[in-house]
Design a protein around this ligand. Structure first.
Ligand code: NCD
Ligand code: ZN
Ligand code: ZN
Length: 346
């Protein structure tokens, strides 16, 4: 028996495309299913100015295969040296859709991130004035804070004070991994949303560590206890418009993940939509997938829902996803949920 589900073409509100050969290899994996994506600026060196973002956007469009359509929504990496006038101009031209806050040292390529939040206050004030969202990697980096507690502590010590000090600032808590994140979003009616990744709906910390270490399940923020995964599932499938899809698909070459000091990031661009159909069906919420993947994100960012559609089909045989994507520098492993998935994109 074949079951099918047609939704407006989805968008990805948190995506790493990288640059050069990696960009070339991974871009089709996203553009095949998604209309738009918020493009993370953590290149080396990072995308910090409007001019950097314009040049990066051109490189993405040049890498797009003939016949595919895709609209990259650009972001700037917030540093202590970010110029408020440049931010205003880049936003008002329509090029830049958000700024990204990385606490210095929190994750992959975050060395240029913010240490002293007072230094970015003028930028945050302009953003509140013009309604430009701040996308936040919400983890403190203090060495005395346990890695599993870093999101919850960030909310109390950093995020809530920033939001109180900057009324009207619109914030997206990126890739939330805890019930604390879910609860904080639910307790705040205005100007706050959160992205949830595909993999954090599927794995908890046992999947990373039990029966041998699984480097391809390691990402930041690291997956937490099962009770947190269940809170994320409940939020994503609830229909609450403050929660939307940001895959955080983050490709790293296999030899750098399968390493004594392995990189953080799960690569989910290839199979996200079938995996989400599986997850939402399992929770009896297939009717909520459209909101999560196609409607809630554009609503938060003040953009129209895509006019095109995407059809997912479920068949009796399990879908054979590619295990790896090839790049000239080596393969990138595609996220494997560890169970058969019967959905595929038509
Ligand atoms: C991301 C990356 O590789 O750029 N890694 C990750 O584990 N999520 C960075 C990030 O989003 O924090
Ligand atoms: Zn992040
Ligand atoms: Zn990310």
């Amino acid at each position: 028996m074949t079951q099918s589900l047609t939704i407006p073409r989805p968008d990805d509100w948190h995506l790493h495309l990288r640059d050069g050969a990696m960009l070339q290899a991974v871009l089709p994996e996203t553009a095949r299913d998604f209309g738009r994506a918020i493009i993370m600026p953590n290149l080396v060196p990072p995308v910090v100015t409007g001019a950097d973002a314009a040049a990066y956007r051109d490189r993405i469009m040049a890498a797009l295969p003939e016949g595919m359509t895709f609209d990259p929504l650009m972001t700037l990496y917030l540093t202590e040296a970010t110029d408020p006038a440049d931010v205003r101009a880049a936003a008002e031209s329509g090029l830049v859709k958000a700024l990204k806050l990385y606490p210095a040292g929190a994750t992959t390529n975050s060395a240029s991130g913010v240490r002293d939040f007072d230094k970015v206050r003028p930028v945050l004030e302009i953003m509140a004035e013009i309604g430009l969202p701040l996308c936040v990697h919400g983890e403190v980096t203090d060495s005395d804070i346990d890695i599993f507690d870093r999101e919850a502590v960030f909310i109390d010590r950093v995020l809530d004070p920033i939001r109180r000090a900057t009324p009207g600032l619109r914030v997206v808590m990126e890739h939330i991994t805890t019930s604390n994140g879910v609860d904080y979003v639910k307790a705040n009616d205005r100007d706050l949303g959160a992205t949830i990744t595909t993999h954090h709906l599927i794995i908890n910390r046992n999947h990373i560590l039990v029966g041998g270490i699984k480097p391809h399940y390691y990402c930041l923020p690291v997956a937490k206890r099962e009770e947190h995964r269940l809170a994320l599932r409940a939020a994503a499938t609830s229909g609450d418009a403050r929660f939307f899809l940001g895959t955080d698909s983050a490709p790293h070459l296999d030899h750098l993940k399968e390493h004594a000091c392995g990189c953080a990031g799960c690569f989910t661009a290839t199979n996200t939509m079938p995996l989400l159909a599986h997850v939402f069906e399992e929770d009896g919420a297939l009717d909520k997938l459209e909101g999560f993947a196609s409607r809630n994100g554009p609503a938060f960012y003040g953009l129209p829902v895509n006019a095109e559609t995407l059809t997912l089909v479920k068949s009796d045989t399990a879908t054979a996803f590619p295990a790896k994507i090839d790049t000239p520098d080596g393969p990138v492993t595609v996220f494997d949920p560890g169970y058969p998935v019967h959905w595929s994109v038509q």
